[in-house]
Design a protein around this ligand. Sequence first.
Ligand code: 13P
Length: 256
Amino acid sequence: MKKKIIIANWKLNSNIKNISIFLKNLQLNISSYLKYNTVIIAPPTIYLERIYKKINNLNIFLGAQDVDIHKQGAFTGETSILMLKDIGVKYVIVGHSERRLFHNENNKLIAKKFGLIKNSYLIPILCIGESEDEKRNNKTEEIIKNQLDIIFEFFGEKAFVNSIIAYEPIWAIGTGLSADPEYVESIHQFIKDYINQYSSNNLEEIIIQYGGSINAKNAKSFLEKSSIDGLLVGSASLDCKEFLEIIKVSNEILCK
Ligand code: 13P
């Protein structure tokens, strides 16, 4: 059975005190839930190493929230893929809608970052999804096609092997209004079919997550869907109890 992947994206949140409380709780409670789940924590860059030291022996993986396109040099304030790899990062989120919106990242830049992550043998978590306006104007499929096409253009038919796609409709992020699981299922199927047209890879190998206002109460309705391979959790992942509850729900579904 395919493991579900549960990812915590802490965005620009938390501090040393809260991280310490979170990790203590995680250490005490996580082990029984890891059989059917892969768990990834993506904290702010400054806390990556501190967290790696505590989660490495728990079989939980470290994720970064972004990476620069340069490997080294005079690029003040940036973090390179070599540095992320050096401190134990395995997964890197790329193209999150908050980076697209607040840092003007476009599909081309995101494709470059995606390639850099893959060429460094780390696993990209590519975020895609439509805005509220785009959904209202029936542009969801067109937007998703554009976001995927550029990746195929750059990296060919094997682009999505050893990668994760996170479908995160922008209107569902941080709004408390998660998408309808049936709607997400239909979009995931659309993504799989679209990728299938370009690539001869086994569809089973394509991993597609959902993200957007996930919490311990609604996680089950998403994780029950076979086309939803896991969740990218924002604010609910800051509270260890709630995050553990989401992992537990996933475990229970897969244990059945
Ligand atoms: P929320 O779960 O806070 O809506 O955030 C989702 C998200 O953007 C995860 O990357």
